[in-house]
Design a protein. Structure first.
Length: 133
């Protein structure tokens, strides 16, 4: 799906992911729903804040394959790569990707294939059916 590259677009993307996960059998209050929704919130907020190009949308893709949920957020600013460094301890921002790093089992950045930009993705492995955490 595509969303405007605005805070409202990021908020709508986050809500859509939560609703879609619920429809796929991951209830709103479940760890999978809450974790992937938070990851989506961070990735879309970063895309809007750092990847914004006027008139260009943010792309969102959510997939469930095998035992994993994957969220992909695409923007059109290929030159603005996520900073994997340590945030300033007294800064007011810069901790979003630190959260993604802790919550996701794996995440990364890939260039877009046919148009300028990048896709930041994150995956969360799901426990096997019947497994207890």
């Amino acid at each position: 799906m595509r969303f405007t590259s605005t805070p409202r677009g990021a908020r709508l993307a986050r809500r859509l992911v939560s609703h879609r996960l619920h429809a796929w059998g991951h209830p709103y209050a479940s760890p999978a729903n809450e974790t992937v929704t938070l990851i989506t919130a961070e990735l879309t907020a970063n895309a809007v804040r750092h990847g914004h190009v006027p008139g260009r949308d943010v792309g969102l893709r959510l997939t469930q394959t095998g035992g994993a949920l994957r969220v992909e957020v695409t923007d059109t600013r290929a030159e603005k790569l996520p900073n994997r460094g340590t945030p300033c301890p007294v800064g007011e921002s810069g901790r979003g990707l630190l959260l993604v790093d802790v919550l996701a089992d794996t995440w990364g950045v890939a260039p877009r294939q046919s148009t300028p930009g990048k896709t930041v993705w994150a995956e969360l492995r799901l426990p096997a059916p019947g497994a207890t955490a």
